[in-house]
Design a protein around this ligand. Structure first.
Ligand code: SF4
Length: 338
């Protein structure tokens, strides 16, 4: 357990692997538990307010349950609640290592942040570069998985989500992750292509809802774009050095960069509509104002709080949204009401 380092949001894992340590995305460990709802209850019993984000509460209880001793807290470029979470964990004996994405998105500032991080872990630039090469090869495999999703219809939206979200830490074992991914890709390439009837994109933080993708599929649509999960896989990373790679990554920076990326993918993937997933009590909900005005396709915003199945009201809203898209396909000049 001493060589595991938890983190609160994607960080330059190349440096952690170069140090011979095992990075662990605490979000994935939390939501991958068979009973994630209990983590929320435990955090609230410890004093976390009911009106705080479930991911923050889940991360807190995950650290406690698994006895994680060191946590990298992303203190700039992620979530203001992380500051308070880090303070509580530090107070309770967890070593906190801060990492800050430079909000001015300058190459110089990013190089300095990475240099400080690298020196903290005492690893050589060559070792970091070797790890980057290894991870970039896996990221290239993930780009192929993404292509098989939107271009070939051989990978479902849920499978796409599962592998891309796992790219934040490569499951703590890049070799094994790569082997599993390769086996999956070989199997997926044998499938009969299933061109989706309605092509949806999902943007925003990864949904906490347990059966989100199956419900969308049952309603006759397919997710061909998972925005933030794709960003975790750093698409195009192999074309950049480490600092540039983490500047191209859109998630930590202004919403305008995310919107530019989403617009490109909406066009490339011929997306009919966007589901903007927002987490209850998350500041990112406010960005919905700009997103709805900027995107060229209808946007349905859905919100959830707990790790639980989709509620009846949300199913109805999804159904209405997909029916509206069907109406637009038949009569493309209809103005959406969402
Ligand atoms: S969903 Fe929002 S509030 Fe919750 S951890 Fe993520 S950024 Fe923070």
């Amino acid at each position: 357990m001493n060589n595991i380092i938890g983190f609160t949001s994607s960080i330059p894992v190349e440096i952690i692997y170069a140090a011979g340590l095992i990075p662990c995305d605490l979000n994935n460990l939390f939501i991958g538990d068979p009973h994630p709802g209990l983590f929320i209850e435990r955090a609230e019993e410890s004093g976390f307010p009911a009106t705080s984000c479930a991911w923050i509460k889940g991360i807190y209880s995950t650290v406690k349950k698994h006895g994680i001793k060191k946590v990298i807290a992303v203190v700039s470029g992620d979530c203001s609640s992380t500051h308070a979470l880090a303070e509580v964990l530090e107070y309770e004996g967890v070593e906190i290592i801060p990492f800050a994405f430079p909000l001015n998105r300058s190459l110089k500032a990013m190089r300095e942040a990475l240099e400080e991080f690298r020196c903290y872990f005492g690893v050589s630039p060559d070792r970091v570069e070797a790890c980057k090469q290894q991870l970039d090869t896996i990221r290239q495999q993930l780009e192929e998985l993404d292509r098989l999703t939107w271009e070939e219809g051989q990978v479902s939206g849920e499978e796409n989500h599962r592998f891309l979200v796992g790219a934040s830490d490569f499951g703590g074992n890049p070799e094994q992750f790569s082997q599993e991914l390769n086996t999956f890709l070989e199997e997926a390439r044998q499938r009969h292509p299933k061109p989706p009837t309605f092509r949806l994109g999902v943007i925003g933080v990864p949904p906490i809802i347990s059966n989100f993708y199956p419900v969308i599929e049952e309603l006759g649509a397919e997710v061909v774009f998972n925005e933030v999960q794709r960003q975790f896989s750093l698409p195009g990373a192999r074309n950049h050095d480490l600092a540039s790679q983490y500047l191209v990554y859109t998630y930590p920076y202004a919403v305008s960069g995310r919107i530019a990326d989403i617009k490109t993918e909406v066009s490339r993937r011929r997306i009919d509509g966007i589901i903007h997933y927002v987490q209850s009590f998350c500041f990112r909900q406010i960005e919905d104002i700009i997103i709805k005005k900027e995107l060229p396709v209808p946007v349905l915003t859905i919100e959830s709080d707990q790790p639980a199945p989709v509620d009846g009201r949300t199913i109805t809203r999804l159904e209405t949204f997909i029916e509206m898209l069907l109406g637009r396909q038949k009569s493309p000049h209809t103005r959406p009401l969402f």
